[in-house]
Design a protein around this ligand. Structure first.
Ligand code: NAD
Length: 371
């Protein structure tokens, strides 16, 4: 029986296959240079799956995603499929993966590399050295709560209804992810809610406090109303380490935090499910960016968000912390040498293609690993 770590690669559409091709080289590097082997399968998701099979995700690929240790997805979508019905659209494949894998915790790091400090719209002093993690609840709250819908009223008006609802276990499992993460980082969690005006927010706060008291007293816990957190994220983002919040506020705060870095081609993410009896967790890793149809097929895409997504997989699915450091440090060193893809180009730097950026990072991995 193979003891290899298993990976399902879903390159998807647009620039997806281009950046995934480069990640395959990184995966091969770990096998060749570090003796860390992955059993790698590849599948279709999104528009390419629709073209081949008439559906954005086949049952077979879904089953593979449920069976492997980690799924690495690049991006889906593009103008070619924009007019399809909702259930045939590329994004439906992604939503099905998230739903059936029960990925309830979405991790979005916002890290500012020194070399890119000027890419942020905020002052360099505010963002230099920034390294925060937003943990967003992903499968509950107002996006899924019932009742929901639009109804006609007797007076001729219409009413739109959504329901914000959280049960104890939903709050505990995502807060647990945040506390565990914090222990491996700066050991601080800030929980964000609107407990001043929403009962669901009050419950959120009470349950986070209860879990902290029972299991995580070694982690520093604070609370901040979501509107205040939105302000503090642009005023003084470095005060945070891990922020945990619900689906709605997390949607907004994670986008706000990621933009502190100023470069979408650099941002990875992870979505985690529950740990099973064998200690294994379902997990999907993907860049924050989309399929960038405007630059697809031209060797222009920045592969770094995809690389950093794989580094998150090394960290969170395979507990290969030192190996993740090798990749992340190599990315940082290459940026320090002044190489840039078009999306992060700055005056005085050298503009390179997707493949040259990947070549350089792979060469740098040799150096970092040898050091
Ligand atoms: P996008 O992220 O694809 O592109 C936004 C801009 O950023 C574009 O100018 C693009 O060229 C640039 N960009 C993005 N990633 C880059 C990279 N790695 N390197 C260099 N430049 C990069 O967002 P969009 O244009 O709003 O959407 C395009 C398609 O992607 C749509 O079909 C959308 O539905 C889909 N999309 C998919 C995902 C996903 O798969 N998770 C996320 C967002 C959008």
């Amino acid at each position: 029986m193979s003891t290899k770590r298993s990976l399902l690669l879903l390159p998807g559409d647009g620039i997806g296959p281009e950046v995934m091709r480069q990640v395959r080289r990184v995966i091969d590097w770990y096998a060749r240079k570090r003796g860390i082997e992955f059993a790698v399968e590849e599948g279709l998701v999104g528009g390419c799956s629709y073209d081949a099979h008439g559906t954005p995700l086949t049952d077979e690929t879904m089953a593979r995603a449920l069976a492997v240790d980690a799924v690495l997805l690049a991006a889906v979508g593009g103008p070619k499929w924009d007019n399809l019905g909702f259930d045939k659209r590329p994004e439906a494949g992604l939503l099905r993966l998230r739903k059936e894998m029960e990925l309830f915790a979405n991790l979005r790091p916002a890290k500012v590399f020194d070399a890119l400090v000027d890419a942020s719209t905020l002052k360099p002093d505010v963002v230099r050295g920034l390294d925060i993690m937003i943990v967003r609840e992903l499968t509950g709250g107002v996006y899924f709560g019932e009742p929901r819908g639009i109804t006609d009223l007797p007076n001729g008006e219409r009413r739109g209804v959504n329901t914000q609802v959280y049960d104890t276990h939903e709050i505990h499992r995502v807060a647990r992810v945040a506390f565990e993460l914090a222990r491996k980082r700066g050991n601080k969690v800030c929980s964000s809610d609107k407990g001043n005006v929403m009962e669901s927010g009050l419950l959120w706060r009470q349950e986070v406090i209860a879990l902290h008291k029972a299991e995580y007293q070694d982690v520093e816990l604070s609370h901040m109303l979501a509107d205040a957190a939105a302000m503090q994220l642009v005023r003084n983002p470095k005060q945070f380490d891990v922020i945990v919040t619900d689906n709605l506020f997390g949607d907004i705060l994670s986008d706000e935090a990621s933009m502190l870095t100023g470069s979408i081609g650099m941002l990875p993410s992870a979505s985690l499910g529950a740990t099973d009896a064998n200690g294994k967790r379902k997990a999907l890793y993907e860049p924050v960016h989309g399929s960038a149809p405007d630059i697809a097929g031209r060797d222009l895409a920045n592969p770094i968000a995809m690389f950093l997504s794989f580094a998150m997989a090394l960290r969170w699915s395979f507990d290969l912390q030192a190996e993740a450091d090798v990749l992340e440090n190599a990315v940082e060193n290459v940026l320090n040498t002044g190489l840039r893809t078009g999306d992060i180009m700055q005056p005085g730097m050298a503009k390179v293609s997707t493949s040259v950026m990947a070549d350089s990072i792979l060469r740098e991995m040799d150096k970092v690993a040898a050091a």
